[in-house]
Ligand binder design. Structure first.
Ligand SMILES: Cc1cc2nc3c(=O)[nH]c(=O)nc-3n(C[C@H](O)[C@H](O)[C@H](O)COP(=O)(O)O)c2cc1C
Length: 168
């Protein structure tokens, strides 16, 4: 019998390296957000991006209601920010520096890049929602090396570690 338990699923998928980003919006004048490792470019024409959010997320439903969100791609030195936005609590933004994207959605200071979106579509899939966003503004912020998540640990991209495909 194949092992399709949640524990084994997590253990296997932990070997897939991901970027780390904070998806954020403004709800009733207050910034809200959560960490995601599932941010991905989807389409060039029209410009679409996406991410997956658990149906248990507390921050997503109010952001969804606002109709838009901004993705801040975290830098290699922002693991603490990632951990802070990965807990369900009211005051994640306390002491966190951000500036508004043209839409007013938060861009975290120190992020590598931001992508500000209107919500295009939300698709139910298993215990997650696939959120598709239509890009309205985007830009490189610090452009520094990104934060990565792999095998339950934060990692940075090794400087000077570029290798030709196929080399050891
Ligand atoms: C590196 C990392 C990646 C994550 N990726 C996702 C993700 O893609 N989708 C998701 O729903 N939760 C993801 N999480 C977990 C959420 O950040 C976490 O459940 C958080 O408590 C959600 O906050 P909320 O309840 O305020 O929405 C990730 C957490 C970490 C640390």
């Amino acid at each position: 019998m194949p092992d399709l338990s949640a524990e084994h699923f997590r253990q296997v998928m932990a070997h897939v390296p991901t970027s780390v980003a904070v998806v954020a919006g403004v709800v009733d004048g207050r910034p809200k957000g959560l960490s995601v490792g599932t941010f991905v470019p989807v389409s060039l024409d029209p410009p679409l991006v996406g991410f997956f959010v658990a149906t248990t997320s507390k921050s997503w439903p109010p952001i969804d209601t606002s109709g838009s969100f901004c993705v801040s791609v975290l830098g290699h030195d922002q693991a603490e920010i990632s951990s802070r936005f990965a807990v369900s609590e009211a005051d994640k933004f306390d002491g966190v520096e951000w500036h508004p994207a043209p839409s007013g959605n938060p861009v975290l200071v120190g992020a590598v890049a931001f992508v500000d979106c209107d919500i295009e579509r939300v698709v139910e899939t298993g215990d997650h929602l696939l959120v598709l966003g239509r890009v309205r503004e985007m830009g490189v912020e610090t452009g520094h090396t990104p934060l990565l998540h792999h095998r339950s640990s934060y990692r940075g991209v090794a400087e000077g570690g570029d290798r030709a495909a196929g080399s050891e």
